[in-house]
Design a binder for this molecule. Structure first.
Ligand code: NAI
Length: 318
C-alpha cells in the first residue's frame, strides 16, 4: 500500500506560484504539511508589470485551509531574496521548484533582442539565481530536492519559440550537471516538461483540449520527485493529461572511423547509414562510453597526461 506523501517540517519554495501550475504545487505542498513560500511577481504572461495580489491570494487560500505559507514578490532574477524569505520565515529550505515562466512567442525573423533577453533572464538566469541561493543550505543539511521546468518546446522545438526553446533546454543541462554535483549531498535534481491548461496555453489550445489538461494532474509527479523517499536524479519527465513518462537520450549505433588521414567527409558519407542507425541504440548517461571506445580502439592509455577525466560526480582538479 502506498502511504500519503507528507512534507512536515520541510520548507518548499515554489516560484511563479501565483497562478497556473505553481499555484497547484504550492497548495498541494501546504496541504501535505509543508511550509510554503509562494513566490510570484504578478506579471503578465509576457512578463510585463507586477502585482503582489497573485501571491497574496494563494497564501490566503493556503492559510484559510489551515496551512502555512508566506508570500514573496521578487522576480526570480533576485532568487537570493526568495530563498531568504524561506530562511527568515521558516528557518530552512528543503525543496525548490523552479516554475516561474513567461512567453515571448515570435518568429525568429521578427524577434527583438528584448524578447530573447527577457526569456533568458526569467527562465535560465532566474532558475540559476534561485538554485544558487538554495544550494549552500542543501549542502549544509545534506538534503535538497530541486525540480526545474523545461518544456516540449525545448525538447523538440516549436514554431515561434526559439527564445523559449533555448531557455527551456538550458534547464535540462543545468539539471543534469546539478544532479551530479548534488548527489553526494543527497541533493536530487530533476526536470519536468509539463503540459497543462493555464493562461500560457489558453490562447493556443481549444477549450475541449484544455479541459483534459488540468494543472492538478502534473502535481503528483512533482510531489514524488520532491519527496524524501525519491531516489531518482538527473532525469527528464513529461507530465500532462495524466500521462507521466521519463525521457532520455539515445545514441545511434554510429560509426567508428579510423582517426587518420582517411577520416574525410567522404568517409563519413560512406558510413552515413551507420551514423544515423538507431537499430542498436544505447541510452547513455554521459560521454564516458565513447571514451572507453576510444581507449579500446586505439589502445590509448586511459589517462594520457595523468589528468582525471571525470564526468560522473566530482570536479577534476588538473
Ligand atoms: P502561468 O503563466 O499560469 O504561471 C507562471 C507564473 O510565473 C505566473 O504566475 C507569473 O506571474 C510568474 N512569473 C513570471 N515571471 C516571473 C518572475 N520573473 N519571477 C517570479 N514569478 C514570475 O504559466 P504555467 O503554465 O503555470 O507555467 C508554469 C511553468 O511551466 C513555466 O515555467 C512554463 O514555461 C512551464 N510550462 C508550461 C506548459 C503548459 O502547458 N502550461 C508547457 C511547458 C512548460
Amino acid at each position: 500500500s502506498v502511504q500519503e506523501l507528507r512534507y512536515e517540517g520541510q520548507t518548499v519554495v515554489v516560484t511563479g506560484a501565483g497562478g497556473g501550475l505553481g499555484r497547484e504545487y504550492a497548495i498541494f505542498f501546504a496541504s501535505r504539511g509543508a511550509n510554503v513560500v509562494v513566490n510570484d511577481l504578478g506579471a503578465s504572461f509576457k512578463g510585463e508589470g507586477g502585482n503582489s495580489s497573485a501571491a497574496d491570494k494563494v497564501v490566503e487560500e493556503i492559510k484559510s485551509a489551515g496551512g502555512n505559507a508566506v508570500a514573496n514578490y521578487d522576480s526570480v532574477e533576485n532568487g537570493d531574496r526568495i530563498i531568504q524569505t524561506a530562511i527568515d520565515a521558516f528557518g530552512r529550505i528543503d525543496v525548490l521548484v523552479n516554475n516561474a515562466g513567461i512567453l515571448r512567442d515570435i518568429s525568429f525573423k521578427n524577434m527583438k533582442q528584448a524578447d530573447w533577453d527577457l526569456i533568458y533572464k526569467v527562465h535560465v538566469f532566474g532558475a540559476y539565481k534561485c538554485a544558487r541561493a538554495a544550494w549552500p543550505h542543501f549542502r549544509k543539511q545534506k538534503y535538497g530536492r530541486l525540480i526545474s521546468t523545461a518544456s516540449a518546446a525545448g525538447l523538440f522545438g516549436s514554431f515561434g519559440q526559439t527564445n523559449y526553446s533555448a531557455a527551456k533546454l538550458a534547464l535540462v543541462g543545468f539539471t543534469e550537471t546539478l544532479a551530479k554535483e548534488g548527489l553526494k549531498y543527497n541533493i536530487l535534481c530533476n526536470v519536468i516538461a509539463p503540459v497543462a491548461a493555464s493562461r500560457m496555453t489558453e490562447t493556443v489550445m481549444p477549450p475541449d483540449v484544455l479541459a483534459k489538461l488540468k494543472p492538478e494532474w502534473v502535481v503528483p509527479l512533482v510531489a514524488v520527485l520532491s519527496h524524501k523517499s525519491n531516489t531518482k536524479t538527473g532525469a527528464i519527465f513529461e507530465a500532462g493529461a495524466g500521462h507521466i513518462a521519463e525521457l532520455r537520450w539515445e545514441r545511434a549505433n554510429g560509426v567508428h572511423l579510423k582517426a587518420d588521414e582517411t577520416l574525410t567527409p567522404g568517409a563519413v558519407i560512406a558510413k552515413w547509414k551507420d551514423v544515423v542507425d538507431f537499430s542498436k541504440a544505447e541510452h547513455p548517461q554521459g560521454p564516458l562510453n565513447g571514451l572507453e571506445l576510444l581507449e579500446e580502439a586505439y589502445k590509448l592509455p586511459a589517462n594520457p597526461k595523468g589528468e582525471e577525466l571525470d564526468f560522473s560526480g566530482k570536479v577534476a582538479i588538473v
